[in-house]
Ligand binder design. Structure first.
Ligand SMILES: *Cc1c(COP(=O)(O)O)cnc(C)c1O
Length: 396
C-alpha cells in the first residue's frame, strides 16, 4: 500500500500544516515593525502556553541550549546543585554541570522508574539549584515536579525543570508551584521543526544571575531579556521558526475556543488519551510497559517481546507503514524498548492507526506468530470510549 511519512517520535514530531505555511511565507527582516509585532505577540502567547507571568526567553537552539543556559546563567564554579535523574536527559544535566565546574549531587532511579521525594529531601542541604525533567523522554517516565517544588518552598534553592516533552503533555502550575525555570523546545508539543528553545524565568532566578559567574555569551539570558523588552532578540532570531511558532500557538488557542490556556489544557488531555489508549493496547497484546508506575503522556515506552530486537520493530514500522517510531536511547535501552510519541499533533485516528500497525508489526517480527488481530485495537477503543465518548454522553 501507499506510505505516508509519519513521525511518531518524541521529537521531532509531526508538523502542523498551518505552521508550515506560515514558515514558508515568512520573508522578513528582524529589525522591522512587522517582526517586532510577531515577536512580542509570540512571547506573550508563549507565556500563556507555559502558564506563567514570568518573562519568557526564546532562543535559537535546540532544547539542550536552554538547558546549558540554565546551568551557565544560574551557577558559579564550585556551586553545589542537585540533579534528579532516571534517564538519558537527566544524565545530560550532570554532564552540563561538570562542563561548568559545578558540583552535582545526584538522586537517581533505575531507568523506567522515578525517584522518591524522601531521597530528594535527604540531599537538599546546601544545594543552590535543583535540576530535573518533567518527563524523561528516554524512558517514558513522568517525574513529580509538584512534589519536588513543595520540598523547596520557603528555601532559596531554585528549581529548573526540563519540560521539553513535558509542556503540552503534563499539567504544570509554574507560578503556583514555584518553578523558577521551565524549558520547552520547538520540535516537541508545539508541532514545528527543531531549532527553537524557550524558557520562563522567575524573578528570583533573574536575581540569582546578578551574582553568578560562570561564563556565558550567546546564551546570556539577561541580555536577551533586555532585547525582548524592546521587541527584539539580541542576535538574528530564527524568524521563520518564530512565524511557525506563532501559527502553532494560534492553533492551540483555537483548540481552546480562543483561550490559549484552555487550548493547552485540551492538548495535554489529548496526549493523555492517546497515551492511555496506547498503554491499554500494548498490555492487551501481551507486551510489557517500560514505565509502569509513573508513565508520561508524552511518549509510551514498551519492551520488545522476548527474543525480539526492538530495532526490528522500528524498522518494520518504517518499511511496512512509513511510520517513524523511536528505538531505546543509549546502550542500555537500544534494542530492548521502542517508543511511540503522543506529543503535539496526534489525534484519535493517528493513535488507532499506530496501534493497528503495531498488531501487524508484531506478527512480522515475532517468532511466535500473532495470528489474532484486534485485541490492541479493542483495548484502545474501550479506553477512548471511557475517556471521551461515554464522558461526552454523560455530559449531555
Ligand atoms: C528532546 C529533549 C531535549 C532536548 O534535546 P535537543 O536534541 O537538544 O532538542 C531535552 N530534554 C528532553 C526531556 C527532551 O525530550
Amino acid at each position: 500500500m501507499l506510505h505516508k511519512n509519519r513521525l511518531y517520535t518524541p521529537g521531532p514530531t509531526q508538523l502542523l500544516p498551518s505552521a508550515q505555511f506560515a514558515m514558508a511565507a515568512a520573508t522578513m527582516h528582524h529589525r522591522t515593525a512587522d517582526f517586532r509585532d510577531l515577536y512580542v505577540r509570540t512571547l506573550a502567547d508563549l507565556k500563556s502556553f507555559i502558564g506563567t507571568r514570568n518573562d519568557v526567553i526564546l532562543m535559537a537552539c535546540s532544547g539542550s541550549g536552554a538547558m546549558e543556559a540554565s546551568i551557565s546563567n544560574l551557577t558559579s564554579p564550585g556551586d553545589r546543585v542537585l540533579v534528579l535523574t532516571a534517564g538519558k536527559f537527566g544524565e545530560r544535566w550532570s554532564s552540563l554541570a561538570k562542563a561548568y565546574g559545578v558540583k552535582a549531587e545526584v538522586v537517581s532511579a533505575p531507568y523506567g522508574e522515578t525517584f522518591t521525594l524522601e531521597a530528594v529531601r535527604a540531599k537538599l542541604d546546601g544545594v543552590r539549584v535543583v535540576y530535573m525533567q518533567g518527563t524523561e523522554t528516554s524512558t517514558g517516565v513522568r517525574h513529580d515536579v509538584q512534589g519536588v517544588a513543595k520540598l523547596l518552598k520557603g528555601t532559596d534553592t531554585l528549581l529548573v525543570v526540563d519540560a521539553i516533552t513535558g509542556l503540552g503533555t503534563t499539567h504544570f502550575d509554574v507560578d503556583g508551584w514555584g518553578v523558577d525555570v521551565l524549558i520547552g523546545g520547538s520540535q516537541k508539543a508545539v508541532m514545528i521543526p527543531p531549532g527553537l528553545a524557550y524558557l520562563s524565568v522567575s524573578e528570583r532566578a533573574w536575581q540569582r544571575m546578578d551574582s553568578t559567574s560562570n561564563p556565558r555569551f550567546y546564551f546570556d539570558l539577561r541580555k536577551e531579556r533586555k532585547s525582548a523588552a524592546k521587541g527584539e532578540s539580541a542576535y538574528t532570531p530564527a524568524t521563520s521558526l518564530i512565524a511557525g511558532l506563532g501559527a502553532a500557538l494560534d492553533f492551540i488557542r483555537g483548540m481552546g475556543n480562543g483561550d490559549l490556556a484552555a487550548g493547552r489544557y485540551d492538548l495535554v488531555e489529548n496526549a493523555e488519551t492517546a497515551a492511555a489508549m496506547t498503554r491499554a493496547a500494548a498490555e492487551a497484546l501481551g507486551l510489557q510497559l517500560f514505565a509502569k508506575s509513573s508513565p508520561a503522556a508524552a511518549v509510551t515506552a514498551i519492551h520488545a517481546p522476548e527474543g525480539v530486537d526492538s530495532g526490528a520493530i522500528v524498522k518494520a514500522f518504517r518499511t511496512q507503514f512509513g511510520a517513524v517510531i523511536a528505538n531505546g536511547q543509549g546502550d542500555e535501552m537500544k534494542g530492548k524498548i521502542f517508543r511511540v510519541a503522543h506529543l503535539g499533533y496526534y489525534d484519535y485516528l493517528d493513535t488507532i492507526a499506530i496501534i493497528g500497525a503495531l498488531e501487524h508489526v508484531l506478527a512480522t517480527v515475532s517468532k511466535t506468530t500473532h495470528s489474532e488481530l484486534g485485541p490492541g485495537l479493542r483495548a484502545a477503543q474501550t479506553t477512548y470510549a471511557r475517556r471521551v465518548t461515554f464522558a461526552a454522553a454523560a455530559a449531555v
